[in-house]
Write a protein that binds this ligand. Sequence first.
Ligand code: FES
Length: 691
Amino acid sequence: MRIDSTSEIETNMTEVTQKDPLVLFMPSGKRGRFPVGTPILDAARSLGVYVESVCGGRATCGRCQVSVQEGNFAKHKIVSSNEHISPVGPKEQRYASVRELPDGRRLSCSAQILGDLVIDVPQDTVINAQVVRKAATDRAIERNAAVQMCYVEVDEPDMHKPLGDLDRLKAVLEKDWGWKDLLIAPHLIPQVQGILRKGNWAVTAAIHRDMDSSRPFIVGLSPGLKNEAYGVACDIGSTTIAMHLVSLLSGRIVASSGASNPQIRFGEDLMSRVSYVMMNPDGREAMTKAVREAVNGLIGKVCAEGGVDRHDILDMVVVGNPIMHHLFLGIDPTELGQAPFALAVSGALQYWAHEVDIEVNRGARLYMLPCIAGHVGADAAGATLSEGPHRQDKMMLLVDVGTNAEIVLGNRQRVVAASSPTGPAFEGAEISSGQRAAPGAIERVRIDPETLEPRFRVIGVDKWSDEEGFAEAAAATGVTGICGSAIIEVVAEMYLTGIISQDGVVDGAMAARSRRVISNGRTFSYLLHDGEPRITVTQNDIRAIQLAKAALYAGIKLLMEKQGVEHVDTIRFAGAFGSFIDPKYAMVLGLIPDCDLTEVKAVGNAAGTGALMALLNRGHRREIEETVRKIEKIETALESKFQEHFVNAMAMPNKVDAFPKLAEVVSLPERKVLTDDGSEGGGRRRRRSRE
Ligand code: FES
């Protein structure tokens, strides 16, 4: 039965008439009419609304909780009231006396429909709230996990019916829960008899229903009522591995943590890791081992934080860029290091977790999201799933900036994707005073347009550098260098204050105005911090930033051309870098195209959020598999116009593209043409970049 979220479903449970109560489930919006006396859980099931249940309606697990939304819902023509649900009966009373039942919550297996109702199915997982600094729109992930826990009471053996213990277990799982053609993980077969007897013939089976085979699998078996199951969503980044531990039954995030990717010791960036594999016969194996150990270590950490036994983890979803994806799975990434950047496998993959050395429950499964292209990986697929360009009408640009920027652009009609070789400049490498974001690193910069004096903030200190008490506050961390967000800001501020020209040349004439502009012989630098260490922004630093931002913008521009659009409606910055850069400065520099600034949002680790969505709802797995199949991949290196876009994008914000929306909020400087040595050449043209 196809469920339309807006239309009313005529259920065929029994004779249903227009007089029967109308029940609307939120947040899914599915609704239908049901005879008086129908348990809410049955109504939800018949509409395909996922409500958890472990005990099979015995009112012992407490997993089926719902609440009634009271009020007049005119749009739906429903007046919903607690009077329209059966009073709390003995089963619920018994549950509430043994375990806690929060105010207003009802057990949907016991509560029956008496009249029209709006029923709220609580979704404990609200995404975005914790992954971004400013929560945009919090949304709930509707649960429909791949693992379902099913409590059953198995018939005891009978000499007259010589059916095996496992077969009787399967029979009751079919009778009580409707599971047909069940398979069982082989390691459980020798344990079945012992577990059944230990549980006095009552057991909880963990059923996985998202295997390569369409048949459901018994992946876990516990004596008695096992009222919990956990899953792990993991994003393997080249620098950091991030993980969420989540209850598959409630959707609650139990713990989240991160760790450095130990592969860094084999090479800082992706390409140096590919080279390491090419140069060392055991290189691939060593890096696979290192990342798997790190994932296992992180599982131990989140389990300790959440007070969870790692053997209660039954499902896992992993995302990563193509090289991390391949190395984690033990695949040689050499082909990804050279054109045509062939992936060994691009589709979604399913494993037993133990097959990739992950130490969790022996029956745990592992799902890898599909990769989009040779340099646009399962992490970009995760970010796409999280932000959903394919789910909306607006033209959305989704950018994950790393040493290799992954770019996705699209809407409901069409989605295109590419990667662009931005290099490590945005992460502080290739910059004379650059460093990773860490205490002591300058993260914010402002330059006074009159005096050209800077003020800045460093990570770990609340005060700005020109505020009283800054020196004392910064004594512990020191001022050690510039991190990515500040590199963007300082170059943008230098442009806005006229220290550099639109072409990125430091204006030597400014040396007469400010001691901050200093000569290095043929070129000039800007002195940002006159202390120990001395922090300057050199002409070379600016060039490195220009090259990186031009590569990113040129990639974006190619995708815009493919889509036939001149502007984008909304921009999402994914990844750690995106969380800390100020969208205004990113636009002043021309990293991203012109757009209403209120439409530019940082979304934190969107790849990890996508993994979480796929973990909690297997529908999202099908959604991203289908979306990725349809995404059109653009290979920037093969596009003849890339070079032209790149050259234009070297200017700030851009030589040819206008930034009218940005110009409404920022006064962009007049165009000034300087030769490479910082002297005026070609004269001044009174042309504003908005024109
Ligand atoms: Fe277990 Fe309702 S299904 S308490």
